[in-house]
Design a protein around this ligand. Structure first.
Ligand code: MN
Length: 133
């Protein structure tokens, strides 16, 4: 069954680009134009992964991460930041907020889906380790 990915991004051109790239690889893509809307979609839909912009007006990516990761129903869904932040310490800030990882902006279209897929394999690895105990 096709995996379901939510993209939260306030820039319509970026949102369209990420959607087209993921759809080309047969993912089902849901979209949200902001953090608050994104969190609503997460509560409503079954998802395999969330890709989230960091800098957004209103509820930004950091706040999305904090809210999702403190929710026992939602915190296991892999959450990946797409961020142009380049300053030392910003990546740590992204991870500290609860993101499971990040992909740098501008994205490289040829690499993007592969980068995304690496994050979707992680929960299965974790599950495998848990079951071995
Ligand atoms: Mn933005």
């Amino acid at each position: 069954m096709a995996k379901r990915i939510l993209v939260i991004e306030d820039n319509p051109a970026n949102l369209e680009l990420l959607t087209l790239l993921l759809e080309a690889f047969h993912y089902v893509v849901l979209t949200a134009g902001g953090g608050a809307e994104g969190i609503e979609v997460v509560r409503r839909e079954k998802l395999d992964l969330i890709i989230c912009d960091v800098q957004m007006p209103g509820v930004d990516g950091y706040e999305v991460a904090r809210r999702l990761k403190k929710d026992p129903m939602l915190h296991r869904i892999p959450l990946v930041a797409v961020t142009a932040l380049a300053m030392v310490g910003d990546r740590e800030k992204v991870l500290a907020a609860g993101f499971d990882g990040y992909i740098d902006k501008p994205i490289v279209p040829e690499k993007f889906v592969q980068q995304v897929e690496a994050f979707m394999e992680k929960p299965e690895e974790k599950l495998g380790k848990t079951m071995q105990r």
